[in-house]
Design a protein. Structure first.
Length: 164
């Protein structure tokens, strides 16, 4: 499966998962289809998911502070930001660049998952440490009532029991 198909498949899965009763809107600017932002925001999200650090940096360069903040935290219908997508794919360098660009470390999706929850769920310790060093809130809960620590505990349990 090529990268484009993988990305489309991922977005389709997330869209289905976000039809839950917890689909509250994150507290940040939404991207509107009629503006120029969807192209830049979509490009940033795609570059973050694919780990294209130079493209992420290029997109953020030359923007004033307000434009950068609007772009960096832009979320589509699924509520996922570029930081979520970079964390999901495990691209630590991209996450660092986004955080250095002042991405909201506690931005949450429609299911209220944060980048820290995704990193913990996948057992990405160094990424968890990076997010925590940028002030990620460990007390936030998703729609299922799970915190990042809950996800990390489940990941550890799974690792131990599949390796035994």
């Amino acid at each position: 499966m090529d990268a484009e198909s993988l990305y489309a498949s991922f977005l389709a899965e997330v869209g289905q998962a976000n039809d839950s009763k917890c689909g509250s809107s994150p507290k940040r600017a939404r991207v509107h289809q009629e503006s120029e932002r969807p192209t830049a925001a979509d490009t940033l999200r795609k570059a973050a998911f694919h780990g294209q650090l130079s493209q992420v940096r290029q997109l953020l360069q030359g923007l004033d502070c307000v434009e950068r903040l609007l772009l960096i935290d832009a979320a589509e219908a699924d509520g996922l930001t570029a930081l979520h997508l970079a964390a999901i794919a495990g691209h630590e360098a991209v996450c660092r660049a986004l955080l250095d660009g002042r991405a909201d470390v506690d931005a949450h999706s429609k299911t209220r998952d944060t980048a820290l929850m995704w990193a913990a769920h996948q057992g990405r310790g160094s990424l968890c440490r990076l997010l925590l060093s940028h002030g990620a809130d460990t007390t936030l809960k998703n729609c299922s009532g799970q915190t990042a620590a809950s996800w990390l505990h489940l990941q550890s349990w799974h690792y131990i029991h599949t390796r035994a």
